[in-house]
Structures are given as C-alpha cells and as structure tokens.
Design a protein. Structure first.
Length: 180
C-alpha cells in the first residue's frame, strides 16, 4: 500500500516511466516488461544520523517498520540525516510540515509532523549531514513528535539498519549529533 507521503515523494521525485494504463492493455504489459532490476547493494559506509534528539515513541504499542516517530523537546532542532538536496519543503494537509531530502544511492529521507515548525530550508537547497532543517514545536509541557522515513527507489524501507546507532541521541545533552 502506498502511503500518502509516499505518493507525494513519487510525484515529486520520480519521472514518468510509463504511459497511462489505458494506453497499455494488461496482457501486452505483462509480456513486454523485463524482469525487475535488483537493488544495488548498499555501500558499507552508508549510514544516516538521527534527525533529532529524543526517544522513539510507538503509537498504540505497534511498531511501524517504515516510519520512526521520535519524541523530542520543544525547540529541538531537526537535522538532515545525511547530506543531499531538498526535494520538497512545505506544509501538507494531514502531515504538517514536510521536508524531503534526496541523497546518494537513490535514498530519500522524509521528516514531517504537526509539531515540525520553522522550516529552515527550501526546495533545491543543498544540505549537509547534521544541518538544521527545522525546529520542533509543542505546547508547554508536551513532547513534540517527528516522523522520519527513508525511501530507496520507490520503496519505503525500515531506516533502523541504516542508522549510525540503535537509538537517537538523548535530549539530555550527553550524546552528540554529527554537526551542530
């Protein structure tokens, strides 16, 4: 199933690769399609930083393998998980503020939520790993939440195996993010 944000990412980032379905009868498409290409192996050194200090939170006790929700303090900086180019930065109904960043290796990172505010980047900006791209905002005494996703090609993937550490740095200041 394609998520709404996934559909946006495909529209923003993917070129039109096929004629409309009405122009391609199903029997002809099935015969004419080559075998799907195998995904290129990941470079061993390819790792992503956590985008914000905080802790992973799970809605209703269910772990979502395609999205990580990180609870952070009000005013926490959201940072680029890896260097790249901003493909989209703005507000989307039902998602709040959204930033999509294209990275090498066909990856796109997505940062979004109603608690994401003060976008500091715009489309076509080049960003470096650890660069502040937004700030978190929440009512006094409440935890702000950031949703973080990774896509490679047209597939949303579990970001955890590609993160530098198993958990985000804590917001007590003891851990560090790549750049400040």
């Amino acid at each position: 199933m394609l998520h709404g944000l996934g559909a946006l990412a495909l529209m923003v980032l993917a070129p039109l690769v096929c004629a409309p379905a009405a122009a391609c009868p199903q029997t002809e498409v099935a015969e004419a399609q080559p075998a799907p290409p195998q995904a290129a192996p990941l470079p061993a050194e390819l790792k992503f930083d956590w985008p914000v200090r905080g802790r992973i939170v799970y809605g209703c006790g269910i772990e979502d393998k395609e999205r990580i929700t990180i609870g952070a303090g009000n005013g926490a900086e959201v940072r680029a998980a890896q260097s790249g180019v901003v493909a989209f930065a703005g507000e989307l109904k039902h998602y709040g503020n959204v930033v999509l960043i294209k990275h090498e290796g066909g990856f796109v990172s997505a940062y979004y939520g109603d608690d994401v505010g003060d976008l500091r980047v715009k489309r076509h900006d080049s960003v470096q790993t650890g660069q502040a791209i937004a700030t978190m905002r929440a009512p006094e005494g409440e935890m702000a939440e950031l949703s973080f996703e990774l896509r490679r090609g047209s597939e949303w993937i579990d970001p955890r195996p590609l993160m530098r550490t198993e958990e985000p740095p804590s917001d007590d200041g003891g851990d560090s993010l790549s750049a400040k």
